[in-house]
Design a protein around this ligand. Structure first.
Ligand code: LMR
Length: 331
């Protein structure tokens, strides 16, 4: 009798166990009301619904769980399952080729950017993640970056001696040095305070981040420079992903596709809207560069392509040059 009871108990326990949902912890560093934050929520909603409760996605925004570097480590050891870091943060993992997307003024326009990301270059870059225990599921847009500081930045000479926050990309380091600034790597969660207290004088970021992190409140000037791209790769822990039942993986792939379409559309809209909101706040001066100023930035920054060639790999740079040239762009 005792052994039957025990067996029944064990059976209950094991069926309760098998009904436990698979939990996906999706960690990111930006605000929930950004294109990335909203797309992560949309993915969660679609997967929770369509998996009939077999999968539960938990989204942790605003570096609530991990900061930039830690979140990548957490993904590799399986402490979280999904992230969407800025591509500029892959260099320290030895994935230097991703930094090709950081090169200033490499994309002729947004159409070329999408062609590169959605095409062969984008796919081959994603493959580089696998030996690192990660799989790339999608690219999410974050728009072109704007430069901010407490003084107006019109010409490269205006950057001289300024401490500028960058992400952990050697290309961004070279970019700031080419402008005469002193780059400083800081985690995203530390940027507001660093700007506020003067640890750094300025930064570059997309306008939704400038807005939602309130960077514009601690920067007197925002130059609409669009000098470089910022995008995300949605990545998962490889072992976790490959161990999922095939039907659930299919549900997630479809949900990811829909969340990605949403994110990319939303990023376009919100990059525009954020600039208008920042302008309307009256807390900072937002200005465009003249054609002559842009030409001066380009002259200072294009040599970075050559100086970073051996780090990134020439073929990656040339692949993007080809697409930009086909759109009539001259380097
Ligand atoms: C940054 O660190 O500036 C951005 O990459 C943050 C983000 O994820 O948009």
């Amino acid at each position: 009798m005792k052994s039957i009871l025990l067996a029944a108990l064990l059976l209950c326990a094991s069926s309760a166990w098998s009904q436990q949902p698979i939990v996906i912890k999706f960690s990111h560093v930006v605000a929930a009301n950004t294109p990335k934050g909203q797309a992560a929520e949309r993915f969660k909603q679609l997967v929770d619904e369509r998996s009939g409760g077999r999968v539960k996605v938990e989204v942790y925004a605003n570096s609530q769980l991990y900061k930039d570097k830690e979140e990548l480590e957490a993904l590799q050891i399986g402490a979280v399952q999904m992230l969407a870091p800025s591509i500029s943060k892959f260099g320290p993992l030895g994935l230097n080729a991703f930094e090709v997307l950081d090169l200033p003024y490499i994309f002729a326009n947004r159409t070329v950017l999408r062609r590169v990301i959605d095409g062969d270059v984008g796919q081959r870059l994603m493959k580089l993640l696998e030996p690192k225990g990660m799989i790339g599921l999608a690219y999410w847009d974050n728009g072109f970056k704007q430069m901010s500081a407490n003084k107006p930045l019109h010409l490269p000479a205006d950057f001289k001696g300024l401490k500028m926050r960058i992400k952990s990309s050697k290309v961004l380091d070279a970019q700031m040095r080419a402008l005469g600034a002193l780059p400083q790597v800081l985690a995203f969660s530390e940027v507001y305070q660093a700007l506020q207290t003067g640890v750094v004088d300025g930064a570059e970021n997309s306008s939704p981040n400038l807005l939602t992190q309130k960077f514009y409140e601690v920067q007197k000037y925002v130059a609409l420079s669009n000098h470089g791209y910022d995008g995300y790769a949605v990545i998962v822990n490889k072992k976790f992903w490959e161990g999922l039942p095939a039907d659930l993986r299919a549900i997630m792939e479809k949900a990811m596709k829909e969340a990605s379409d949403y994110e990319n559309a939303q990023s376009l809209i919100e990059n525009e809207e954020a600039i208008e909101k920042i302008r309307a706040s009256g807390k900072t001066q937002v200005y465009s560069l003249t054609a002559a100023e842009t030409a001066a930035w380009r002259r200072a920054l294009l040599p970075v392509h050559k100086s970073m060639e051996s780090r990134i790999g020439k073929e990656w740079i040339e692949a993007i040059y080809k697409e930009s040239a086909a759109a009539g762009y001259k380097f």
